[in-house]
Ligand binder design. Structure first.
Ligand code: SF4
Length: 327
């Protein structure tokens, strides 16, 4: 870490660190087994209260993120030495490439640009606001992009309480529309579903009616999972205590599960509760022509197969379009 080198980005303190291990890291999650993954930061400024990555040892704590400032420099060294060029890279298993921090967004742009210019596809999952400049880059490289947009609910009040610094739901919906319009393979992740808060008929109908209108055909779903540290964060940071307790009640008693591929255990709502939620979600989604896949990494007791978190990018990538070769 660069001692004393601290910059401010919005309300988040940005610590600059030099990455020592390789940039392209294998994921522990089975659904990402074929692609290398990159976290540009440790910690995430979106501050979702249900976020499992808050408890990771590298996380510098609330109100701070660590930015791996030498990522591009290392990638320039690392990529040419790969025996086999990866078809795509996934961003980011435990952070978000579109955090509202200028330094993060700049690094995201440069790293995406670098990879796409070398015909390495980019798959990402975000709950953030994608700036116009980045959106233009994605559009110019549409065949080599898989976009994942995390959408928990269209209810602003619940989104603000549980995802205080992520993009508001209407911004995420507008981004889905823009990505779809540009012909970019776009998957929606209704993940996490917050039991007792976002799993009712009306809430789900509103979400899938919107997705259906945008011609989205593919969504992955899962309820949130729980750990003692997540429960503490929810109790501490969700100011509406009724919301917090309604959500947490669904995990007592819960089902203890092992995250597929990751080997760590988490608490999920009981299988019967989840099955009822997923069946309801599937039925409502089908009404609007959307097919759903249950995330089997988090629901190994009742689901199997892949939710295709990175789309089809594990196959070969397409030539960049004219005028999109950089560097
Ligand atoms: S956007 Fe993702 S990584 Fe960031 S805080 Fe929310 S759940 Fe965690």
């Amino acid at each position: 870490m660069l001692a004393g080198h601290v910059e401010m980005g919005f309300m988040t303190e940005v610590l600059l660190a030099r990455r020592k291990a390789a940039v392209l890291a294998p994921s522990q999650l089975a659904c990402l087994a074929k692609l290398p993954t990159v976290n540009l930061t440790a910690g995430c400024a979106h501050d979702c209260v249900y976020c499992y990555a808050r408890s990771y040892s590298q996380n510098p704590g609330k109100g701070r993120i660590t930015l791996y400032a030498n990522t591009l420099e290392m990638l320039r060294e690392e990529l040419p030495h790969k025996r086999k060029r990866p078809p795509a890279v996934y961003f980011s298993p435990s952070s978000d490439a579109f955090q509202p921090i200028p330094q993060v967004l700049e690094l995201t742009y440069k790293v995406f640009e670098f990879l796409l210019a070398r015909r390495v596809g980019v798959a990402f999952l975000t709950k953030g606001r994608i700036p116009d400049r980045h959106m233009d880059l994605l559009k110019a490289n549409a065949p080599n992009i898989h976009a994942g947009i995390g959408l928990t609910t269209l209810d602003e009040r619940i989104s603000r309480a549980f995802e205080p610094s992520a993009a508001p739901p209407e911004v995420r919906v507008a981004q889905i529309a823009a990505l779809r319009q540009a012909g970019i393979d776009t998957q929606i992740r209704l993940d996490p579903i917050l039991p007792g808060l976002t799993d009712d008929e009306e809430t789900l109908d509103a979400v899938f009616a919107t997705l259906g209108r945008l011609d989205v055909r593919d969504a992955a779903i899962s309820t949130a999972f729980m750990r003692p540290s997540i429960a503490r964060t929810v109790r501490h940071h969700v100011h509406d205590k009724k919301l917090a307790e309604t959500f947490l009640d669904h995990y007592t008693p819960g089902a203890k599960l092992t995250m597929h591929g990751a080997g760590t255990s988490v608490i999920m709502p009981p299988a019967a509760t989840r099955k009822a939620i997923y069946e309801r979600t599937e039925r409502i989604a089908a009404r609007y022509g959307v097919s759903v896949k249950i995330c089997a990494c988090k629901n190994g007791d009742i689901a199997a197969g892949s939710c295709h978190i990175a789309g089809d990018l594990s196959g070969k990538t397409h030539e960049p379009q004219q005028g999109t070769l950089f560097g």
